[in-house]
Ligand binder design. Structure first.
Ligand code: ATP
Length: 136
C-alpha cells in the first residue's frame, strides 16, 4: 500500500516540480479532483487553473495551463502547456500579457480571438493564484 504520492509536473519548458506529497487537488476539465495515495488509476484533462499539494504541514500551489493528469496509486504526473509555482508568478508579466491580448481583441483587423481569450484566461488565473498564494 502506498502512503505517499510522487507529484511530477512537466511542461515543454522543462521539469517544474517533483516531490513526494500526501495529497493533490487539481483542476480537471470536469471539475476539481482530489487524490490521496492508493487512488484508483485514472487519466483526466486539465483546464487552466490551480493545482494544490499538501505535504505534512506544507501546502503548495501551482498555476497549470491545460494538459493532462495521469493518476496512479503512488504517482501523479501532470503534463501541462506551462506551469509555475505561485511564488514564481510574475504578476506584472501576467498583467502585460492581458493588456496585449485585450489590445489585440480591440483591433478591427483579423484577430485570433480564441488565442487572445486564452491568453486573458491564463493571465486572470495567474494573478488570482499569485494574489491568494504568493508569500509576501
Ligand atoms: P507571456 O505572453 O507573458 O509569455 P503566456 O501566457 O503566453 O505569457 P505561457 O505560454 O503560458 O506564457 O508560458 C511560457 C513560459 O513562461 C512558461 O515557462 C511559463 O511558466 C512562463 N511564464 C509565463 N507567464 C509567466 C508569469 N506571469 N510568471 C512567471 N512565469 C511565466
Amino acid at each position: 500500500m502506498a502512503d505517499k504520492l510522487t507529484l511530477d509536473i512537466v511542461t515543454p519548458y522543462g521539469h517544474v516540480f517533483t516531490d513526494e506529497v500526501d495529497e493533490i487537488i487539481g483542476s480537471g476539465s470536469e471539475g476539481e479532483f482530489g487524490v490521496l495515495p492508493d487512488h484508483v488509476p485514472f487519466l483526466t484533462t486539465l483546464k487552466v487553473g490551480i493545482l494544490t499539494y499538501k505535504k505534512g504541514s506544507e501546502t503548495g500551489h501551482f498555476f497549470v495551463n491545460w494538459g493532462y493528469a495521469e493518476v496512479g496509486p503512488d504517482k501523479v504526473t501532470i503534463l501541462a502547456d506551462s506551469a509555475e509555482r505561485s511564488a514564481d508568478i510574475d504578476v506584472e508579466r501576467a498583467k502585460e500579457a492581458m493588456k496585449r491580448a485585450e489590445e489585440r481583441l480591440k483591433k478591427e483587423e483579423e484577430v485570433d480571438e480564441a488565442r487572445a481569450t486564452a491568453a486573458i484566461e491564463r493571465s486572470v488565473m495567474r494573478v488570482q493564484i499569485a494574489e491568494r498564494h504568493q508569500v509576501r
